[in-house]
Design a protein around this ligand. Structure first.
Ligand SMILES: Nc1ncnc2c1ncn2[C@@H]1O[C@H](COP(=O)(O)OP(=O)(O)O)[C@@H](O)[C@H]1O
Ligand SMILES: [Mg+2]
Length: 305
């Protein structure tokens, strides 16, 4: 979910290779906001203006699922996956505290480097590594997840149940830290919930190929061979032939359901989402995208091989 802002490097940029551990460890920074420079971090809509960097930490609003999300994130780090936010804890005022991850996070208008095929493939590879790490996670008794972006097509038993992991559910460029154009970490697990791997990958592809009509130009996307980029996502993730089938079916479903989350938040009166809904064309934008996708669906399916 995005809000127009200016491209901004995360201070503390350090050259590390894909998969390296972010260079800040939990507990390194002080918890005393008053003694540190506090900088607002832009990039999101849900918590716009409320995410701040305090030294080596990020402090942001928590929610009913924060305890479960921190449990997941701790499991990932303990099992050797370091490409995700690392929790420090919850402050006395209720805000969550995470380790700041140095690098660059693209915001609208997306810089050219973040639109490259290499960057796209690197996010798909990172998502694969995340899913593989998350597949070993057993949520604790009483775990709760957001249902706002949840995969409603989850088969609980039988065929496909082995494809269920805790999906991130919001892999847009604003939620990825890059170094030298390569994705190194996923941020913002607020919408994480159990679902099919291909569901997470399809939503990422929709937002970052992007699978969108010409209105995506207003977000800064430059014209590209979208079929080729869709194939790059599937190849970089390592989808098998049958998985491509599921992937495409889910992708078509997310386009058909287009805008449901934004519509709900805007209808509920959330000012950040009302502004976004209005400034991006509201219902008409999603109607147009649905029609556009129907015209091009066969081409996208063929591109996947
Ligand atoms: N752990 C982190 N390390 C580095 N940057 C971060 C971190 N968490 C958030 N940010 C920055 O803050 C922005 C907004 O944070 P995010 O958690 O995505 O909030 P929102 O819920 O509003 O989308 C991100 O787009 C990113 O630029
Ligand atoms: Mg975000």
């Amino acid at each position: 979910m995005t809000l127009a802002a200016v491209a901004r490097p995360n201070p503390g940029y350090g050259a590390q290779m894909e998969g390296d551990e972010p260079g800040v460890t939990a507990g390194e920074a002080t918890r005393d906001d008053a003694r540190e420079d506090v900088a607002v971090l832009h990039g999101g809509v849900a918590n716009a203006g409320a995410v701040v960097r305090v030294g080596g930490h990020v402090v942001r609003p928590s929610n009913a699922h924060t305890g479960t999300i921190h449990d997941l994130l701790r499991h990932l780090h303990d099992s050797g996956f370091h490409g995700a936010s690392r929790p420090v804890g919850v402050d006395p005022d209720g805000r969550e505290r995470l380790v700041f991850i140095p690098g660059e996070v693209p915001v609208i208008p997306y810089p050219a480097w973040s639109q490259s095929d290499e960057s796209l493939a690197s996010v798909a590879r990172l998502l694969r590594r995340y899913h593989d790490a998350a597949s070993g996670y057993v949520p604790p008794v009483g775990a709760t997840w957001s249902d706002e972006m949840i995969d409603h097509g989850v088969p609980m038993v039988g065929d496909g149940a082995d494809q269920i992991v805790v999906c991130h559910n919001d892999v847009c460029l604003e939620n990825v830290v890059f170094r030298d154009g390569i994705a190194v970490a996923l941020l913002d697990f607020d919408f994480a919930a159990p679902g099919r791997r291909q569901f997470d990958l399809a939503n990422f592809a929709r937002m970052c190929v992007p699978i969108d009509d010409e209105t995506s130009v207003r977000f800064g996307w430059r014209p590209a061979d979208q079929g080729e980029r869709l194939r790059i996502v599937a190849d970089a993730y390592g989808l098998t032939a049958p998985e491509r089938e599921t992937f495409f079916t889910i992708l078509a479903g997310t386009i058909a359901a287009g805008g449901a989350f934004l519509r709900r938040r805007a209808a509920a009166g959330d000012p950040n989402f009302v502004a976004m809904w209005q400034s991006t064309g509201g219902e008409a934008r999603f109607d147009h995208r649905r029609q556009w996708f129907e015209q091009h669906a066969a081409r996208f399916r063929a591109a996947l091989g």
